[in-house]
Design a protein around this ligand. Structure first.
Ligand SMILES: [Zn+2]
Length: 243
């Protein structure tokens, strides 16, 4: 129902208006969810329940955060202050929170103009100096990129020594599945799960590709807690690639 209404609103109302009034619209939606059973750690809203999307993901009615964003925030919150940060495809909920957590600098970038962002970097040729950032957030980006090895080497280049890149993509078991001959939206949807996905990584495959490009990689795996107060997914996997 939520997705249907959102789609409907998006088809009628200009994107610029939605972006400008997003907070107001969400505050209105969240009124009927007020309570104490669950909590969003990004906007601190407490609620009777999350909005459950058709894929099972629990969405915060107030800030629109997804489970993966709340899990990421739990991990990076203590590390933000005083750091130079670059975020690809910045969701509004998280970018507001990072901006208000005293980073030294914070740059957001989105190539497809899907999110409001400062820059429009091509991740295969990032227009930033070497060794510029302590933290890079690269969530659900690499599976869209034709030359993902070049993207990884660019991420490595712009990170400072000991800096970390937080990475997530959809995952499957086994090896990375990619095939350049599958190049239509229909084919990509059928084989890779989305019309604009060029591959599906496995955790081990992505880890080893990052390692080939110089990174040390730690795989963090989180399981849903019993009370699931933060609305986590059953399993959430984050790769921390460190220079
Ligand atoms: Zn929230």
């Amino acid at each position: 129902m939520y997705e249907f209404i959102k789609k409907l609103v998006k088809s009628i109302v200009p994107t610029s208006f939605i972006r400008k009034n997003d907070k107001l619209l969400r505050r209105f939606v969240s009124l009927s969810y007020r309570g104490n059973a669950y909590e969003c750690n990004i906007c601190n809203f407490t609620m009777t329940k999350f909005i459950v999307l058709s894929n099972g993901n629990k969405l915060c009615p107030k800030c629109g955060s997804l489970p993966r964003t709340r899990q990421l925030w739990q991990l990076i919150e203590p590390t933000i202050a005083g750091k130079d940060i670059l975020q690809f495809s910045p969701s509004k909920s998280l970018s507001d929170r990072i901006a208000n957590s005293n980073p030294k600098s914070y740059v957001t970038t989105d190539y497809e103009d899907e999110f409001e962002a400062d820059k429009k970097h091509d991740i295969q040729a990032i227009d930033e100096l070497d060794n510029s950032f302590d933290i890079v957030i690269c969530y659900h980006v690499l599976e869209h990129i034709p030359d993902d090895r070049k993207a990884m080497s660019e991420l490595y280049r712009i990170l400072r020594p000991h800096g970390s890149c937080y990475i997530q993509t959809p995952f499957k078991d086994g090896d990375i599945y990619e095939d350049n001959n599958i190049n239509t939206p229909e084919g990509r949807l059928a084989h890779f799960g989305q019309e604009d996905h060029l591959r599906i990584y496995s955790v081990a495959g992505l880890k080893s590709r990052l390692e080939e490009n110089g990174f040390k990689v730690e795989v963090k795996e989180y399981l849903e807690t019993e009370d699931n107060r933060l609305g986590q997914r059953e399993t959430e996997i984050i790769l921390i690639a460190t220079k």
